[in-house]
Design a protein around this ligand. Structure first.
Ligand code: ACO
Length: 356
């Protein structure tokens, strides 16, 4: 391993259709008060396009921020658990939509930890010297996989995408160390049953699927798992939580984030929180939150930023980023999604009708 792998560009793309708690409560048995107090979520976005469209726009914005030519991208990773298609990969769709034809492309499914997994893979591949310009994208259209008769899961998720550009650097910056794990003994605690080759394709209701979970079990394991991975990362780098400028945790539940901050003895003012706007966007969460932190000036040159995530698998991950000199984009992209002329409830109407 030689040199480092700097994050030189960043971008996000959230679809325009907003779904509020009140709108959900108008179609299923729940309330704004329950969702807000149990999860911290107030609204989320619902995509009118496939996840690869969100990913492609986020990627083009990240490339502009780095002032990078898409033809120079030689590695493109899409972290997603809600692919457009099983074959080809979402990454192949993103290649076509961005024109990144000189890139090796693949999807990576580590649930909500997918972006930290993807950044770890890309950083290692850049630091090995084999690749020169990587796009790491977290993108999800998870509302497409919701079963509206399962009110505990249906209220928690939203769609979006975030992306970063990673390039070689001599400066000590980028992802300095990360640690990844998985608790496969609890793999069934969060799943989309009957989708894939274990499903019964001859069943009458094949095609009615949705995210199911054991919320309490995941809650318990999420706090413990993220704290454990964080401890490993900090110990490896000889740091304590006092050395951390900002924490960007996965956003599954505000109470999980607050419990993690309490465990780490970190004041919530140093923690990025945007769950109220987007819900849980799985692998898109961390790059979206990172982009928003940069846009709002909450990340400064040289900051030490801790990432922590937990998700389907049950995967767990933590990583420490040392931010480089530049915190502003070099250029802006004019990439946009196709216009959306439906409300969030209209986009979801068929799915809600079918699953209720
Ligand atoms: N509206 C109203 N009531 C509801 C809803 C809803 N949408 N969903 C569940 N309830 C009811 C339940 O039926 C239960 O009622 P009962 O006591 O009469 O049986 C009651 O609310 C309490 O349910 P709990 O499961 O105890 O609620 P809790 O406070 O644990 O919160 C939640 C549930 C929000 C799911 C929480 O456990 C959680 O956030 N878990 C982890 C998040 C998660 O798994 N995310 C998935 C991705 S993995 C990751 O990203 C970390």
């Amino acid at each position: 391993m030689t040199g480092y792998a700097a994050i030189t560009g960043w971008g996000k793309c959230v679809p325009p259709a907003v779904l509020t708690n009140e709108e959900i409560a108008s179609v299923i048995d729940t309330s704004d008060e329950w969702i807000r107090t149990r999860s911290g979520i107030i609204e989320r976005r619902v995509s009118h396009v496939p996840g690869s469209d969100l990913a492609a726009v986020a990627a083009q914005r990240a490339l502009a921020a780095a002032d990078a030519d898409v033809k120079d991208v030689d590695l493109l990773i899409v972290a997603t658990c809600t692919p457009d298609t099983v074959i080809p990969s979402t990454a192949a769709h993103v290649q076509r939509k961005t024109g990144a034809y000189n890139a090796a492309v693949f999807d990576l499914n580590a649930g909500c930890s997918g972006f930290v997994y993807g950044l770890t893979v890309a950083t290692s591949m850049i630091r090995s010297g084999a690749f020169k310009k990587a796009l790491v994208i977290g993108s999800e259209r998870i509302t497409w996989f919701l079963n509206w008769s399962l009110r505990d899961t249906a209220v928690l998720f939203g769609d979006g995408a975030g992306a970063v550009v990673v390039e070689p650097s001599e400066e000590e910056c980028g992802l300095l160390f990360s640690h990844l794990g998985c608790e496969g003994d609890a793999a069934d605690a969060l799943q989309i049953p009957d989708f894939g080759t274990t499903g019964n394709r001859f069943a009458a209701d094949y095609g009615v699927f949705g995210v199911q979970f054991d919320g309490r079990e995941i809650f318990r394991r999420a706090v413990k798992g993220m704290a454990m991975e964080t401890k490993i990362v900090l110990e490896e780098l000889g740091l304590t939580t006092h050395d951390i400028d900002r924490i960007i945790p996965h956003q599954a539940n505000l109470r999980i984030i607050e419990s993690l901050a309490k465990y780490l003895s970190v004041d919530m003012s140093r923690v990025e929180v945007n769950i109220h706007n987007y819900g849980n966007t799985s692998a898109a969460t961390i790059p979206v939150a990172m982009t928003e932190a940069l846009e709002a000036g909450r990340i400064k040159s040289g900051d030490r930023i801790l990432l922590a995530a937990f998700g389907a698998g049950l995967t767990r991950a933590a990583g420490l980023i040392r931010w480089g000199e530049r915190t502003t984009p070099l250029k802006l992209s004019d990439a946009e999604l196709p216009p959306c002329n439906q409300s969030a409830l209209e986009i979801l109407a068929e799915a809600i009708e079918h699953t209720l």
